[in-house]
Write a protein that binds this ligand. Sequence first.
Ligand code: SAH
Ligand code: DHB
Ligand code: MG
Length: 221
Amino acid sequence: MRDNPKDRLTQIDLYIERLFAPPDPALEKALRRSQEAGLPEINVSPNEGRLLQLLAEITGVRRILEIGTLGGYSTIHLARALPEDGMMITLELNEAYARVARENIAHAGLEERVEVRVGDAKAMLAGMVEEGAEPFDLTFIDADKESYTEYLERSLLLARPGSLILADNAIRGGSVIEPEDGSARATHEFNESLANDPRLSALILPLIRGGMDGLAVARVL
Ligand code: SAH
Ligand code: DHB
Ligand code: MG
């Protein structure tokens, strides 16, 4: 019997994963510890993690900003792209999640390069803008969807020409096409801002993971 299209997509995702995202002890442990600690399983997929790392490598990042740490699974991928003297700041609202992330990051041998900051990302970003923080080469937005447009504005204030701004969950199973809840509506509005902002050159890459989702990729002009 022929597979239905969704199963086929999942098989394709796993095919790519087997080839390009082979078993990795630090990443597997990070997911296991996150699960043990009761964190929601809403981390990026292994393939999306690989894509994040690759985009960071291509950009030649020295400074990375992440908004939404959870257990540090995406953090580990991104931080692996940093040179010895590079640095990453990742922002997380939930203190307990941040503790798990710090453990996972340390176990991956990246604690020297990654700082997990706890609090509301909006306030922390405003503080960074205020104190004139050095621009980031790459920002990954992956926290509460209702705040994405605000995160984009703040990220632009913390970027330089050539910086990358990435955002997870840009497609949400297609719910952005005809949004029926606040979160899908906010994501669609964010996508429109990204598409229409003259300061950016951008696109959404559709990704397979369970259902379909997407990674928004924008380059600051
Ligand atoms: N990037 C992670 C997943 C992040 S899930 C990964 O792929 O591994 C989204 C995270 O954003 C959650 O941990 C949630 O606690 C955090 N978050 C939600 N609202 C926030 C806010 N206002 N400020 C900072 N973090 C927030
Ligand atoms: C949710 C958040 C995410 O960042 C994600 O990748 C998937 C789901 C959520 O809040 O449901
Ligand atoms: Mg996400």
